[in-house]
Ligand binder design. Structure first.
Ligand SMILES: Nc1ncnc2c1ncn2[C@@H]1O[C@H](COP(=O)(O)OP(=O)(O)OP(=O)(O)O)[C@@H](O)[C@H]1O
Ligand SMILES: [Mg+2]
Length: 441
């Protein structure tokens, strides 16, 4: 009979949070079930930075402490830069030592081979390959090990169940929610709890209720954005916070000094993801800055190709951005439609390079004008119309709702309707770029 492995010291190393987990009852219950199921040996929580992956994983992990004989162990990877050290970090959490006769990975596998543990690999996105290799090895060699990973991008290995973390619940901004009901929605509850932490008499009134609902909707129920916005109640009224969300890049700053630096501001959160993109993905992401209200693949192929990106590469690069949780994909009339989360556009790294303070367009917008005029022109030429460049002009308009510039296809100037052409390639009426904000260096 196999000799049983010595027990680990204690049952878990999970942190105790100063604040309670808000909402997520359903998600914790579903994930508990998944992690314990035959299909759930590797579950990866994915989603945009600050959507609550780590917090949810820890909630699930703590609810599972009694379910793993040898405990539940958190391995924090966010601060680790060297992928070669991933096995070492796991080993040090478990107290496994390197021996001269075998590699650390072999020692780790031997240690875990007969144990029942849940390992929480937190923040894998910058170490995807190393985490994928380790997870693959453990899944094959250690039948009692289960892995709950968090990552902005899935590990993409066989047996993985990627689980997209949803936003916190928000009330429908078009409905009238009584003040007493507002905090029944987890996004609003998080706002109120964080607001009360800095201003103890903060409460929901008949006047503030719809404003709170609007703030949560604008921030798409993204916990980090809500926390950063709520902290402003110490200096601003909720109506002012809502107004200033047009300039969200300026407002969504000032995270807790205890939070990791990538979560100090929404910009830092997005920069972390942007920095992990391959250069052509960065180019496409910057060019997507011109869209508002979503876009189709066809529109992206027109707008994002050129100067280093071939049209046929756009789908792959766009998929890379979806994988990195920077772009959301929805289905509309059986076709994929893409968009950025509302708190994302104002902090896109391209913002300053794309648009000047007064909504002035610079390179990417000019690029868009050029390709759209070319597209519209080519269509006109195919139909035999003359001089497309003169009859179809793109111009910018400042003062859009979010203070950005908008693309307008000269109505009435194109015999075949420029805006119609723009619509046909999937650009919704006017395409807005974010207003000027400092970009990533
Ligand atoms: N359900 C929740 N209840 C209370 N606070 C939450 C909840 N979800 C997230 N938060 C808070 O929001 C912030 C961001 O959450 P978290 O760190 O889990 O995001 P993340 O998706 O792991 O981000 P990253 O990709 O940067 O690692 C944290 O301060 C966290 O405590
Ligand atoms: Mg995290």
């Amino acid at each position: 009979m196999a000799r049983s492995a010595p027990a680990l010291h204690g049952r878990d190393n999970l942190p105790t949070h100063a604040t309670a987990l808000v909402g997520r009852d359903r998600e914790v219950a579903d994930l508990r079930q998944l992690v314990l199921s035959d299909d759930g040996r590797l579950v990866t929580l994915t989603g945009v930075g600050g959507c609550g992956k780590t917090r949810l994983a820890l909630g699930v992990a703590s609810s599972l402490i009694g379910s793993f004989k040898d405990g539940v162990w958190l391995v924090e990877l966010a601060a680790l830069a060297d992928p070669l050290l991933v096995p070492q970090v796991v080993a040090s959490v478990l107290g496994v030592r390197e021996r001269s006769d075998r590699s650390l990975l072999a020692a780790l596998v031997a240690f875990l081979a007969r144990r029942q543990v849940l390992l929480v690999l937190d923040n894998c996105e910058h170490l995807i390959k190393a985490c994928a290799e380790l997870a693959d090895t453990l899944l094959h060699s250690c039948p009692g090990v289960r892995l709950l990973a968090t990552s902005r991008e899935a590990l993409h290995i066989p047996g993985e169940r990627a689980w997209r973390v949803p936003s916190l619940a928000i009330p429908d901004p078009r409905s009238i929610v009584p003040p007493g009901e507002v905090v029944r929605y987890s996004a609003a509850q998080l706002f109120v709890e964080r607001a009360q932490a800095v201003q103890s008499n903060f409460g929901v009134t008949p006047r503030s209720a719809p404003v709170l609902v609007a703030i949560c909707a604008r921030l798409e129920g993204l916990p980090l954005a809500i926390e950063l916005a709520a902290a402003w109640v110490r200096a601003l009224g909720v109506e002012q916070i809502l107004e200033r969300l047009d300039d969200a890049f300026e407002l969504l700053v000032g995270g807790s000094p205890l939070a990791p630096s990538r979560q100090q501001t929404m910009r830092a959160t997005l920069d972390w993801s942007y920095g992990l993109l391959a250069p052509p993905e960065q180019i496409v992401f910057r060019r997507l800055a011109v869209f508002v209200g979503g876009w189709s693949l066809e529109a992206a192929e027109v707008v994002c190709s050129g100067s280093g990106v071939a049209p046929q590469e756009v789908l792959g690069l766009l998929t890379g951005l979806v994988d990195a949780s920077l772009v959301q994909v929805d289905e509309q009339d059986w076709r994929a439609r893409y968009r950025l989360l509302e708190p994302v556009p104002p902090v896109r790294p391209s913002a300053a390079r794309t648009f000047g303070r007064a909504g002035r367009c610079s390179i990417p917008a000019r690029h868009l004008f050029r390709v759209l005029c070319r597209t519209v022109g080519a269509r006109r030429e195919r139909r035999g119309a003359s001089s497309p460049g003169r009859s179809c002009r793109a111009r910018t308009r400042a003062g859009q709702p979010a203070g950005g510039a908008a693309l307008v296809f000269g109505p009435g100037r194109c015999a075949d309707g420029g805006s119609d052409s723009a619509e046909r390639i999937g650009i919704s009426g006017s395409s807005k770029a974010p207003s000027a904000r400092a970009g990533r260096g």
